[in-house]
Design a protein around this ligand. Sequence first.
Ligand SMILES: Cc1cc2nc3c(=O)[nH]c(=O)nc-3n(C[C@H](O)[C@H](O)[C@H](O)COP(=O)(O)OP(=O)(O)OC[C@H]3O[C@@H](n4cnc5c(N)ncnc54)[C@H](O)[C@@H]3O)c2cc1C
Length: 390
Amino acid sequence: MQDPLELLDIPSLLSDEERAIQATVAAYLTDHVRPHIASWFEEGILPRELARELARELGKLGVLGMHLEGYGCAGTSALAYGLACLELEAVDSGIRSFVSVQGSLSMYSIWKYGSEEQKQEWLPRLAAGEAIGCFGLTEPDFGSNPSGMRTRAVRDGADWVLNGTKMWITNGGLADVATVWARTEEGIRGFLVPRGTPGFSTQDVKQKLSMRASVTSELVLQDVRLPESARLPLATSLRAPLTCLSEARFGIVFGAVGAARDSLQAALEYSGTRIQFDKPIAAFQLTQRKLASMTVQVSNSMLLALHLARLKEAGTLKPEQISVGKYNNVESAIAIARESRTILGANGISLEYSPLRHANNLESVLTYEGTSDIHLLSIGHALTGIASFR
Ligand SMILES: Cc1cc2nc3c(=O)[nH]c(=O)nc-3n(C[C@H](O)[C@H](O)[C@H](O)COP(=O)(O)OP(=O)(O)OC[C@H]3O[C@@H](n4cnc5c(N)ncnc54)[C@H](O)[C@@H]3O)c2cc1C
């Protein structure tokens, strides 16, 4: 069986159009990205020119901001976007992160909270991959608790002056425009900072053991002067960046299924051809137990993702429901990636096979967009009515 999700005939739950979008994204990635991903991961960075070319290709494919309406975006269903994330992360979490940050964080922040001029200026270019965006919320001292952020924006005449540092920002070193969240006297506000603005610089994070086929950067703002027109006018509190994060987490719920499915497929294929004790290792009951248990887990994750997509399409999806999906599907995916690696034996530690690369990437996915702990607290809050974050 090629796709373990076929055991429960899960593809039959999708419409023809949803299946066609998923197949188109998968086919593009198989031909253009999968053959290179191990070497990009090994090099530890997406080279700038390559990233720009990839962005344009992904733009042509229609996956950048694909669930948004207008401004050159595809306007697909939430489920179609989820399925694209699944196929992207089946190749590598770094590639899915690129698309998530571009579409759900950078573009969504402009689409939802921007002025008409900001939308016209940035969204069509971001959708086409002609420009790259990033989203700066986390700081060196404030990750799980962004409400403590130190980055400040102070009014100076008609302008704003920003000072501060953002850390661990996906696409930061590539971005033509950064959505930067800062504290003002009136509360937390968002600003669009174009690359090249005096006082704005970026530095890529090196020596990563995870998410190596992705650019992760520090953003430094030193007396960055911006006009009022750079402020996102409809973002009036921390709720704005948190709403953007909910969008991106929805993509992760599906993406994690992709990483898990790909790891399991690698283990399944390998177990059929690797001979020990004169038999394929797939013939041993202990191997079958692993394969069967992982198939049950990945099927559960996919059914959960589909349920959340239908809630999103109905307009009723709540943050704590996304927390269930992000927590469950990422925890499950990392367990599947590690278990799949055991089936590959020593070969499993080589970049020739995907499971350990997925497991390493999923360490980041477990941490970003709210750690597993924070999502458990959000579920606990919904259950008990008691917020135990602090
Ligand atoms: C590869 C990568 C890409 C990223 N991309 C972006 C990006 O594009 N934009 C952006 O803004 N950020 C980004 N991040 C940052 C990410 O969102 C943060 O790392 C994350 O929010 C966690 O913050 P932290 O690392 O500071 O950990 P901390 O908040 O310091 O947490 C450390 C540990 O303490 C636990 N903890 C914290 N508070 C509590 C609590 N109340 N109760 C129980 N346990 C708690 C956490 O669960 C965790 O285990 C990225 C991170 C990575 C690794």
